[in-house]
Design a protein. Structure first.
Length: 323
């Protein structure tokens, strides 16, 4: 029996990209192996220029936020829109032409043949793919964030920041994200926790020397916001580990201080000059114990969240099936 071809939606989150959005849209391949239909949707995140107008004139459907909500919110709007349009596969690509739309088939191929649920582009797997114009601070930042994601997920990714990705319908419906600022790291935690397969594909990227980021006013601000999202996501994903490790560390410190204080008192029959050790020990014991209790409570809430996410998944699947 011949396999039914799929529908591909290419979504492009955009904020004030009137100078480049046209070239991204027209660069999307008209035919890709395994797909019967290809549509392009631009998520206009409150742009103040002609981004929406240029996108419509270039042949894309446009969904607009009245005000800027952030890349994470634009991404979620794009996913919901694509699913409503009946997408079997969804590709997310930036609007600034750093990524080549002609590379879209490289990302969709593993999903079409059933090898992956999400395929993410990587700029760092092959050294020849790294743009010479990419700022060193961005390379360092990406390395550190990817290292952190790998440690927390026990994976070996090479690029956790890249937004050029393809998602199967199942992965898109399963996604349950909370960050409005960005989404790139949170997706890894969410899909891995649900047992979905992620594959990296090397691609080349262009960086323009005078290009200013529309995500954040500074790299420091971006780094802090992204770090908060990662920590919150890890807290919800592995609450027992998140709270129990510091809890045990603090409790252990309390035991050491209290033990030293007790031994000194038994030997010298006085608390001076180690009285502070006793106070610190008691505080650490109490605080560490509370963190351990909090870890157990948070782990119980995680089980409730699993059930809630499964209910949400079933409802979304039925909703998008009917649409």
């Amino acid at each position: 029996m011949k396999e039914k071809k799929k529908k591909l939606i290419v979504m492009i989150p955009a904020f004030n990209e009137e100078n480049s959005i046209q070239w991204v849209i027209v660069g999307v391949p008209k035919k890709i192996e395994g797909f019967r239909k290809i549509e392009t949707v631009v998520i206009n995140d409150g742009s103040t220029d002609k981004t929406a107008k240029v996108a419509k004139e270039s042949g894309a459907d446009v969904v607009s936020h009245e005000n800027k909500k952030g890349l994470g919110a634009a991404f979620q709007t794009g996913i919901d829109t694509a699913l409503t349009k009946g997408a079997d596969v969804i590709v997310n690509i930036d609007a600034d032409m750093q990524f080549n739309p002609a590379d879209i088939p490289k990302l969709t191929a593993p999903i079409v043949v059933g090898q992956a649920d999400m395929v993410t582009a990587t700029r760092f797997k092959n050294k020849d793919d790294i743009s010479k114009n990419m700022p060193h601070i961005k390379k360092i930042g990406n390395f550190l964030f990817t290292k952190l994601v790998n440690i927390l997920t026990s994976q070996k990714f090479t690029d956790s920041q890249c937004g050029f990705r393809a998602y199967s319908r199942e992965a898109a419906i399963r996604l349950n994200l909370f960050g409005t600022f960005t989404y790139t790291q949170e997706v890894f935690f969410d899909l891995i926790s649900k047992g979905l397969r992620i594959k990296e594909i090397p691609i080349k990227v262009k960086y323009y020397k005078h290009r200013n980021s529309h995500i954040s006013s500074s790299l420091l601000n971006y780094g802090l916001n992204a770090l908060v999202i990662i920590l919150r996501t890890f807290r919800d994903w592995r609450p027992l580990l998140f709270f129990a490790i510091p809890g045990l560390a603090v409790f252990g410190t309390g035991v050491l201080f209290s033990f030293y204080f007790s031994i000194y008192w038994l030997i010298h029959h006085q608390t001076t000059p180690v009285k502070t050790y006793g106070s610190v020990g008691v505080v650490c014991l109490i605080f560490g114990f509370l963190l351990i209790i909090l870890a157990l409570i948070a782990d119980m809430f995680k089980r409730l969240r699993r059930n809630q996410e499964e209910i949400i998944y079933q409802l979304r699947r039925e909703n998008y099936k009917s649409s």
